[in-house]
Design a protein around this ligand. Structure first.
Ligand code: BTN
Length: 240
């Protein structure tokens, strides 16, 4: 994977989307800081500290059926790497990586469209590697950082190298076969199936109480609503 490094960008995802055409498949854009880091549902992804990962990978797969699974696959890869630091993460559907209920990594996948056809995606990931307790507190959401979990400063470039080599391993198989390639690995890191959860489509929207049942073959979450009906959830956030 070729990595283009910038000191500062508004958002690595925005930059990658703007330059999509001229960027080769599997090029990654990395910035030390972002001035307008974005999360899912138009949230802000605070990106002021240089020791963290702000990375976007440009992907131009031959087959786009399983593109939604690439975000889930990247969450599995990230969880695996976090484990190599002796920390035990969980994956919160669809693709957050948490430790003890606090978020360490988030993923934002955006499609690049041309003439109503998807020509590829930008897979953006933020990983909290080196943050101060104060910076974490000021996020105002349950979050943590790998340095706080391990008591050590984390070498960003070691983590980046692991991320790129691990992601490459099964990437082609996921493009061709989707969720089934990493289903088992994903499942063993989730701990909310069978439990009551709250679903929220976006910030401020009503939270719907339901029971998480299972993942279908596409990696969508199937829940039982309070009236007992089964429902497949394609996007949204879980509140555990
Ligand atoms: C989320 O959990 O809401 C997703 C967060 C994604 C953040 C990353 S940081 C690199 C890339 N550039 C952005 O502006 N966002 C993603």
């Amino acid at each position: 994977m070729k990595i283009l490094r910038f000191e500062s960008l508004n958002s690595t995802n925005t930059w990658a989307l703007e330059h999509f055409e001229e960027l080769e498949d599997f090029t990654a854009i990395c910035a030390d800081i972002q001035t307008q880091g974005r999360g899912r549902f138009n949230r802000i992804w605070v990106s002021e500290e240089g020791g963290n990962i702000f990375l976007s990978i440009v992907l131009k797969p031959q087959k786009t059926d399983f593109v939604p699974n690439l975000t889930q696959y990247l969450s599995v890869v990230t969880a695996r790497i976090v484990e190599s630091y002796g920390v035990k993460p969980q994956i919160k559907w669809p693709n957050d990586v948490l430790v003890d209920g606090k978020k360490v990594s988030g993923i934002l996948c955006e499609a690049s469209m041309k003439h109503n056809k998807i020509r590829g995606v930008v897979l953006g990931i933020g990983v909290n590697l080196n943050m101060s307790e104060d910076a974490i507190k000021s996020l105002g959401r349950p979050a943590t950082s790998l340095n706080l979990l391990t008591g050590k400063k984390i070498d960003k470039f070691d983590f980046l190298n692991l991320l790129s080599s691990e992601f490459k391993k099964d990437y082609q198989r996921v493009v061709e076969n989707g969720f089934e390639v990493f289903k088992e690995e994903y499942l063993k890191r989730t701990d909310f199936l069978g439990k009551t959860i709250f679903l929220q489509q976006r910030d401020g929207a009503q939270k719907e109480e339901c029971t998480a049942k299972f993942f279908d073959d596409m990696g969508n979450l199937v829940v039982a609503t309070k009236d007992g009906a089964e429902k497949t959830v394609f996007s949204g956030d879980l509140i555990l």
